[in-house]
Design a protein around this ligand. Sequence first.
Ligand code: FES
Length: 111
Amino acid sequence: MASEPGIQIFVTDRDGIVTKITSNPSQENLMQLLYDNDMDIEASCGGCASCATCHVFIGTDWHSKLPKRDSIEDILLEFQEHFDPLSSRLSCQVLLNESMDGMSLRIAPEE
Ligand code: FES
């Protein structure tokens, strides 16, 4: 199922530059939105939760709008050098929904 169109996300890249990007109906998850907008997300596994190259940090004020991390996401993230228990997410596991409109996130450093 495609996401609602027009969800705006504010992305801080690895240089600290903030860019506003907007979803389109073909993007189901946050990784696809970041990847399509050249936000330096490698996503080498294509979104099947096995590479962690889509790692982002999302502030706790947005957590009530997000699906919870499942055990597979937890395990993969815990092996990342820059893992933050409070804010780390695999962006491929975060399905877009309109309640995320206006959300901010930061791209995790490269491992
Ligand atoms: S794209 Fe590989 S874990 Fe998200």
